[in-house]
Design a protein around this ligand. Structure first.
Ligand code: H79
Length: 594
């Protein structure tokens, strides 16, 4: 089966300088040549990330002040001097750490690979290192190597094991990257840091812990492409089968990682991974209780799989070695769902039907999995663009056949026979004959009266004039990154965004624009055109774009549109006059009125 996936998403860029910095820190380069051992990774789909270090002991608080966002950045945020940070190790004694319990939790959650921080930017080594005495053996009362036990416990359970290693940032070392409060950045010799710490430590990790599935590098810096290649070559010989993440830098990784907490809006070819925090932080923060529910994790997992990637979800154990209560609870619930529905996730590839108002699709040869997040009110599920002959359709959990019809390129599945059980993702299997069509990003976006709302997302816009599609990145607290794809740079009437929609049910729809609009863009007139009619609106102010603050979106109802018959329509949004950027358009919501 061959998928011709859209290159569209790869063209997304951002013009702001702050953003470019982030792009460099997260090397999201695609991989030129596939690693011979990539197959297990492509099939794995679900990984567990673990951030564990001295920051876990601090738990988000320093000198009586609470910090929010990325807890593993507390040393940087609070500008803690090395001399004081070193002392944190003296109270780090994770007596509750139990490698078998952690690995068993991963197993029960349906996790196929685990990556844990051997050394994060703070510079502390969570393993037995002869390179430094700032490690768990020498600097803490614990004096054991938890990584040894974890490598064994995961291996016993058939889980691929890997290390996160911060290869450039090291706030403990005078020559490591990015500690500017103790050391003068201009006097640093990064090459010396690589030679004296990073490379010898990576050699220890690649030598002493058995076969590693992954070495997960992060935030590259201080090396040219040639130096990065030499660095890789020097490590590669120790474990040729081990995969190196794209954040090794310079486009030289074995698979692609997106930005922190980023899912691409359309399918992406090749091996890649989305990484997410379970709450708002990677490292443990005692006062961060904003955990994603099992429901949210399951939808995130199926959404990432529908684009063809893996989800690596992070948990942050505390300084005693306990994984947070809700992480355990919701990971186990995710595992229960996966036990019944894993066939639709593991070893699947991207769905070839674009996202629908009911959910997303994943695919295997001869099978399309429909991940139904929300049921159609009348029980008739529309799968557009399905021309292959269908042999049968059934619910994955009980295999009971469901009635279906095929007409004019549509598959319509009758779900009424299915009980209305409470599930975040009801998976239906379509068994079909022949080769499926390529994913078609230009297919009309489905709008139907069977759902409370239909999202027509910016990624599906056809842009004209100066308008473009961009992924905007910003955080709420600190380092808890959010990414929203928007149509931007609409400044003149010809800078339009057009959406082709297929209205499946005639009737009245409220058309709602969802956008962010800084003060300078506010109170400008715009036009929304559909079916020969023009509807005027004036922009409403939300917030300025600031990469370290929430980007606020307003849902601005503009008009009712009556679709007299079912069919394909074009909705066009454009500025009425030349002016400032009209807004950053996240999409249009079509809400059926009944
Ligand atoms: O380990 C997690 C993060 O700590 C790590 N990647 C995930 C997996 C990560 N390291 N750096 N970044 C993510 C990018 C962070 C950039 C920033 Fe900043 C931190 C922006 C604002 C705070 C550095 C310091 C740039 C500006 C100030």
């Amino acid at each position: 089966m061959k998928l011709r996936l859209v290159a569209l998403a790869l063209g997304i860029s951002c013009s702001c300088v702050a953003q470019q910095g982030m792009e460099e820190m997260w090397d999201k380069s695609s991989v030129a040549k596939e690693h011979p051992n990539i197959q297990w990774f492509k099939e794995a789909k679900f990984g567990l990330f673990i951030h564990w270090g001295l920051y876990s002991q601090l738990a988000g608080t320093w000198d009586g002040k609470n910090y929010y966002g990325s807890g593993e950045w507390i040393m940087h945020q609070a500008k803690i001097p090395v001399s004081r940070y070193r002392k944190v190790a003296e109270s780090f004694n994770p007596v509750n750490f139990n490698a078998d319990e952690w690995a068993q939790l991963a197993k029960d959650a349906g996790i196929k690979y685990m990556v844990i921080t051997a050394k994060h930017h703070e510079g502390f080594s969570m393993f037995d290192s002869k390179v430094t005495d700032f490690d768990i053996m020498d600097a803490t009362p614990y004096k054991k190597d938890p990584m040894k036990a974890l490598a064994a416990a995961t291996r016993k359970r058939g889980i691929q094991f890997g290390f996160y290693y911060s290869q450039f940032q090291d706030w403990y070392e005078p020559n490591g990257g990015r500690n500017t409060w103790d050391f003068d950045e201009s006097k640093k010799d990064y090459q010396q840091y690589y030679r004296q710490k990073a490379i010898p430590q990576l050699k220890e990790l690649l030598t002493n812990y058995g076969p590693l599935g992954i070495v997960w590098f992060d935030t590259p810096g201080g090396m040219t492409k040639e130096q990065t290649q030499a660095f890789i070559d020097e490590l590669r010989v120790l474990q040729p089968k081990s995969l190196f993440s794209s954040r090794v830098g310079q486009g030289l990784g074995d698979y692609k990682d997106f930005g922190d907490s980023e899912v691409p809006p359309v399918p992406i070819r090749g091996a890649w991974e989305s990484i997410y925090t379970h709450n708002d932080s990677w490292g443990y923060i005692a006062h961060d209780m904003n955990f994603k529910s099992a429901h949210e994790i399951i939808r995130l997992l199926s959404n990432v799989a529908s684009k063809g990637g893996n989800l690596m979800l992070n948990v942050g154990p505390d300084g005693k070695g306990n994984i947070p209560y809700y992480s355990i609870k919701y990971l186990k619930e995710t595992g229960t769902w996966l036990q019944k529905n894993g066939e639709s996730i593991y070893a699947s590839t991207a769905g070839w039907i674009p996202a629908q108002p009911w959910g997303v699709t994943t695919s295997k040869p001869g099978k399309l999995f429909l991940h139904v997040w929300g049921r159609p009110e009348n029980g008739r599920l529309l799968v557009p663009g399905f021309t292959n002959a269908v042999a049968k359709v059934y619910a994955l959990t009980d295999k009971k056949a469901l009635p279906f019809q095929q007409q004019g390129g549509d598959l319509i599945v009758n779900m009424r026979a299915l009980s209305d059980e409470h599930t975040p993702d009801k998976v239906l299997v379509v068994e079909y004959k022949g080769t499926p069509p390529a994913y078609n990003a230009a297919a009309p976006v489905t709008v139907s009266a069977q759902y409370a709302a239909n999202n027509i997302e910016a990624i599906f816009a056809k842009t004209s004039g100066a308008s473009k599609i961009q992924s905007l990145t910003y955080s709420h607290y600190f380092g808890d990154w959010k990414h929203t794809t928007c149509v931007t740079d609409m400044q003149a009437p010809e800078d339009a965004a057009s959406f082709t929609v297929r209205i499946a049910d005639p009737g009245d729809y409220k058309l709602i624009l969802e956008y962010a609009c800084p003060q300078e863009s506010a109170k400008q007139e715009g036009r929304l055109e559909v079916d020969g009619e023009t509807y005027m609106f004036r922009t409403l102010r939300t917030s300025e774009f600031d990469k370290s603050a929430p980007l606020l979106f307003i849902k601005h109802p503009v008009t009712i549109f009556t679709a007299k018959k079912a069919g394909v329509y074009t909705i066009t949004v454009s500025p009425y006059q030349q002016g400032k950027e009209l807004f950053k358009l996240k999409g249009i919501i079509a809400e059926p009125l009944k």
